[in-house]
Ligand binder design. Structure first.
Ligand code: ADP
Length: 211
């Protein structure tokens, strides 16, 4: 179930449907619901802060719900707490600020996403470095997409002592015009290859700065 069909909720609901999930999408604006009716099988107009309305929609039977209401703090908090009351197993909620996130955690949301802050932080890594992409997979661990620095080109990865020298591991490699494949100790990188490097945030970033 996806509640709130703004830009975030709509993209989420459409992608879930595209991937074959049964999705019930809810918004209190009839115009939005009408606009999406041709693209989603189950899309209804309802006020998610109304317990009775949620009951009538059979919300308690859903395993997973995403509260994608951002701007209206009151509606976001109230909806999330109703879902907890209805004992939905897995509640995801979108937060707009870190304070919002803390409130949603306290009232029982199981997962919180902060799309704008997270994306801002991610873009900061991209614009200030040479990375092609950057994903923080844990508090202090990242996966970086970059080009190999000069000193590891032409040498089997096993001989580069990357882990002891830089604390990072090359996980995958993509040569020009080919697909990504696993890197092994025998992999020899070329200029122009794209590599995925895993390591602590500091070490992965430092490695990606090398030329
Ligand atoms: P985005 O930034 O992703 O566009 P918004 O917070 O602007 O997100 O959009 C939230 C959506 O949630 C809007 O379409 C709004 O109509 C809907 N919404 C807000 N309050 C409720 C509510 N009480 N019940 C159902 N939908 C709601």
């Amino acid at each position: 179930m996806v509640i709130g069909l703004g830009r975030f909720g709509t993209a989420l609901a459409l992608e879930l449907a595209r991937r074959g999930s049964e999705v019930l999408a809810i918004d209190h604006r009839p115009k939005i619901v009408q606009a999406l009716a041709g693209q989603l099988t189950h899309v209804v107009t309802a006020d998610a802060t109304d317990l009775q309305a949620l009951r009538e929609l059979g919300v308690a039977e859903f395993h997973r719900a995403v509260v994608a209401i951002g701007g209206d703090l009151e509606a976001s908090i109230l909806t999330t707490s109703l879902l907890t009351e209805l004992e939905v197993d897995d509640i995801w909620a979108k937060a707009v600020t870190h304070q919002h996130k803390r409130i949603l955690e306290r009232i029982g949301a199981h997962h919180i996403v902060l799309p704008e802050s997270d994306m801002g932080e991610r873009v900061a890594h991209l614009v200030s470095g040479r990375m092609l992409d950057y994903i923080e997979v844990d508090e202090n661990f990242a996966l970086v997409k970059t080009h190999p620095p000069r000193d590891i080109v032409g040498v089997p990865l096993g001989d580069t002592r990357l882990r002891s020298r830089h604390g990072v591991t090359v996980v995958s490699v993509k040569s020009v015009g080919e697909q990504f494949t696993y890197a092994t100790a025998d992999t020899v990188l070329q200029y122009g290859d794209v590599i995925l490097v895993a390591g602590t945030i500091a070490e992965a970033e430092r490695f990606a700065e090398r030329r």
